[in-house]
Design a protein around this ligand. Structure first.
Ligand code: ZN
Length: 366
């Protein structure tokens, strides 16, 4: 408490009993209780505001006249679908897989074409020989189609080369003897797919397989597509089987040329073109017309000649030193043309790679 007020407070406290006495003896009546204030009236609710009138809808704009349709452009000619992919198209590449076809080429000899890949099928009293089952799904299709023409089991599988898109599926025929060139073996050991034959019989140069009254020859003529390139030939029926060596009026697509020996392919095609041939099976197209083979002999010879001429000139310009041709690897794929093949499929995309690969084949042997 404030010190200055303390004396006042003491006096007030001392006087308080007297003040109470005086009050109790006074004449004034006890104070009436103060009236409880009446509740004030509730305020009148204020009138709800009148809803404002909805705005009149504005008139819809007159539709503007639709523009006259412009004349549809003339449809450009749809390119003719190629009858078959011109590359080793994977079956899971997002396109439909046509049903397989089986064509009789000679008595007891058939061309199965399915999953964009062809196989020779030779039916005999001794069993059935097939080439390249390729993969398990295709091999099952192959087995199903074979069962429509014979009850004989597949006893022999001849592989055209070591590439994994050709050698798979042999497990569908577990009792068959698998034949391939010796060079296959080392490549099989590299397979990350594991779908390679476990039981194989290899050969070096040639092997004759006698199936009843039919003879199937296996020939190794050097590297072509892969290092184990095997040419399969039936001399009596004049049927030859090559694989990934050529395609009808199409350049092997650039994606598939890295393990293709171009000088070797040229040499093999030239050699087999001297054999009597009625049907030429070429792995990835359904046709068997030998004309396709002969046209490709021409292509590979023309490519070889054009590249070889440049190599010879470059070496001559360097005074006979082979390193004079080094610079061609940087220039020739961009400058060389073979206009007569410019209408072949894949020419635009893949011809420079063909030049490069042929250059390496001539210069390096690869
Ligand atoms: Zn191949």
């Amino acid at each position: 408490m404030n010190n200055r007020l303390k004396p006042v407070f003491v006096v007030f406290c001392a006087a308080l009993p007297f003040l109470v006495l005086l009050a109790g003896c006074g004449t004034d009546p006890a104070p009436t209780p103060t009236p409880v204030p009446t509740p004030t009236a509730m305020p009148e609710p204020t009138a709800m505001p009148e809803p404002t009138a909805m705005p009149e809808p504005t008139a819809m704009p007159e539709p503007t006249a639709m523009p006259e349709p412009t004349a549809m452009p003339e449809p450009t000619a749809v390119p003719e679908p190629t009858a078959e992919p011109t590359t080793e198209a994977p079956p899971d590449g997002g396109f439909q897989i046509p049903p397989p076809t089986v064509t009789m080429l000679a008595d007891g000899v058939y061309h199965y074409f399915g999953f964009f890949t062809g196989s020779l099928v030779v039916v005999s009293d001794d069993g059935v020989l097939i080439t390249d089952p390729s993969n398990p799904m295709r091999a099952q299709s192959l087995r199903d189609e074979i069962s429509k023409v014979t009850d004989a089991p597949v006893t022999t599988i001849a592989l055209t080369h070591e590439h994994f898109d050709h050698v798979g599926g042999t497990g569908v025929f577990p009792d068959a003897n698998v034949l391939c060139h010796w060079n296959c073996k080392a490549a099989f050991e590299l397979s990350p797919l594991g779908d390679v034959p476990l039981k194989i019989e290899t050969f070096d140069d040639t092997m004759d397989v006698v199936m009843g009254d039919k003879t199937v020859q296996l020939h190794y003529l050097g590297p072509g597509d892969g290092d184990a390139t095997t040419i399969i030939y039936m001399p009596k029926e004049q049927i030859v089987v090559t694989s990934d060596m050529y395609e009808p009026r199409a350049l092997t697509h650039k994606n598939w040329v890295d393990d293709k020996n171009f000088a070797g392919t040229r040499r093999i095609l030239n050699e087999i073109s001297t054999w009597p041939i009625t049907h030429a099976i070429n792995a990835h197209s359904p046709g068997t017309d030998p004309v396709d083979l002969m046209e490709n002999v021409g292509y590979y010879n023309d490519l070889y000649d054009a590249v070889k001429a440049e190599v010879d000139a470059a070496i001559a310009a360097a005074g006979g030193a082979t390193f004079g041709a080094y610079s061609l690897f940087d220039t020739l794929p961009q400058t060389l043309e073979l206009a007569q093949y410019s209408d072949w499929a894949n020419y635009d995309t893949s011809f420079p790679r063909h030049v490069e690969r042929m250059l390496l084949g001539i210069y390096h042997g690869d």
